[in-house]
Design a binder for this molecule. Sequence first.
Ligand SMILES: C[S@@+](CC[C@H](N)C(=O)[O-])C[C@H]1O[C@@H](n2cnc3c(N)ncnc32)[C@H](O)[C@@H]1O
Length: 272
Amino acid sequence: MPHPRGAQTHFARVAPVYDRFRDTDPDVVETITAQLPPRSGRIAVVDIGCGTGRYSQILAERIGASLQLICCDYSEAMLAECRDRLHSDATHADVGFCRASALHLPFGSGCVDAVVTFNAVHHFELERFMTECARILRGGGLLAIYTRTPKQNARTVWGQFFPGFTEYETRLYGADRLQAAVAAVPTLAFEGIREFAHVRSEPADSLVARARNFHYSTFALYPPAEFEAALSTFAARLAGSAIGKGRIEHTAENTLVLAHRLSDAPSIDITP
Ligand SMILES: C[S@@+](CC[C@H](N)C(=O)[O-])C[C@H]1O[C@@H](n2cnc3c(N)ncnc32)[C@H](O)[C@@H]1O
């Protein structure tokens, strides 16, 4: 795993352009909201590694006024984008922001109804993150982890055509590893796994532009000269496999791991 400071430099660099180069899949949020525990008052949800708030915003739109959402990230640059996005948004959710590490969440024990994380868990040391989630969740609270596994990563357009992509990306957790990490925490119960497949069609140039703008942090792991050479090879390979008018059809797969907190915990204020 790269040094956290290296990862923070990466996210500071990509924060202003991140949303332009990533695809957002709202259907996963529908699946998560359907699993939220019933609550008579506001439902307290923490989005860890919220980034620019792409998924936080969808949560706020879908749940609305009954949501108390805290967006957490250790990158100030990503969190600043998230603040801008959610402040200019007309949802009625009560939204807060918190600069914090996923491994030291600044919340009391048993104070949140759900912890969600999208495309970020591979940056976290898994066992410590799981333990922290179990600590802050109320009894019955939901843990939802949306990620891509190494196998899904290998089947992406990048895994197939971008030289070195699967070799450099060694941080992703497999479904078994995620399930085992849940099982290792006595107060968490594994609920299940959902798989998602999103078919996309876009110009080859757009795929090249994504990589050039480091839309996956994997690209930041390459030495610069090797990255430039790999990018050229990628562009040439795409040109050879375009389905017409320079467009590429590809499928992005992801995995959603669901778990819940077992025993009841005392309820306290979420405000960080
Ligand atoms: C790939 S981005 C995903 C952002 C957002 N969830 C999304 O899907 O658009 C990963 C995010 O995790 C954050 N992150 C990485 N390691 C972290 C850590 N240990 N604690 C908190 N945030 C972290 C990064 O700053 C970044 O914003």
